[in-house]
Design a protein around this ligand. Structure first.
Ligand code: FMN
Length: 191
């Protein structure tokens, strides 16, 4: 058994084509997210997929300058949550965790569909919420940028390099242990 191909090959790529993504493909991504588990089956996530060029252009205006590469994206999906929609036990709200699981299923399905799929936090959340009509009390957790692989020539030098870079990760022992906590799990910067 190997690591699943979709997990192994997924990278946060930026060289997107403007080619439209069929509605049935976009729906399958949402269906994949819809199948994920949640406490009390609360399903505390909402997805708004933007593909109407007029709305998409407005949404792109809210992106941070560093996310210039997303200008080619034919679709961007907003993931929205609210801790009131899900389970909170003591200090722990499970809603961001459950949104994360849904967003990962969404990404795995997107990779299987041959798409680049790139979550971002670099945008003006308030402005993006206004563009999408998201209520003030709800949280826009992330935007997921979608597109088929495209030309790299619009990317800056740093992003060009990262497009074909090796995956950069901590050592596995720094994030995973067996049977008990180990000192290796303490982030180096916090020692
Ligand atoms: C919540 C979240 C926010 C991110 N925000 C941005 C962003 O604003 N711009 C960007 O270019 N990449 C963004 N990324 C992508 C990460 O930089 C990328 O996933 C990380 O460097 C690891 O690279 P890999 O996904 O190719 O393995 C974000 C990823 C996550 C999960």
């Amino acid at each position: 058994m190997k690591i699943l191909k979709e997990i192994e090959t997924r990278r946060a790529k930026r060289a997107l084509a403007t080619t439209p993504i069929q509605q049935e493909v976009l729906l399958r991504l949402a269906e994949a997210a819809h199948m994920t588990p949640s406490s009390l089956n609360s399903q505390p996530w909402r997805m708004i997929t933007v593909k109407d060029p007029a709305v998409l252009d407005k949404l792109k205006e809210t992106l941070s300058p560093g996310n210039y590469w997303a200008k080619n994206a034919p679709a961007i999906t907003a993931f929205v949550t609210n801790s009131a929609w899900g389970l909170t036990l003591g200090e722990v709200s499970y809603t961001p965790f459950e949104l994360g699981m849904a967003a990962m299923a969404y990404q795995i399905q997107a990779v299987a569909e041959g798409l680049y799929v790139h979550p971002i936090a670099g945008y003006n959340a308030q402005a993006a919420k206004e563009v999408l009509g998201i209520r003030a009390e709800d949280t826009l957790q992330t935007l997921i940028v979608l597109g088929y692989p495209g030309e790299k020539n619009g990317l800056n030098e740093k992003h060009l390099e990262s497009e074909s870079s090796k995956r950069d990760r901590k050592n596995l022992e720094e994030v995973a242990s067996f049977d008990r906590w180990t000192e290796l799990l303490v982030p180096k910067s916090k020692k």
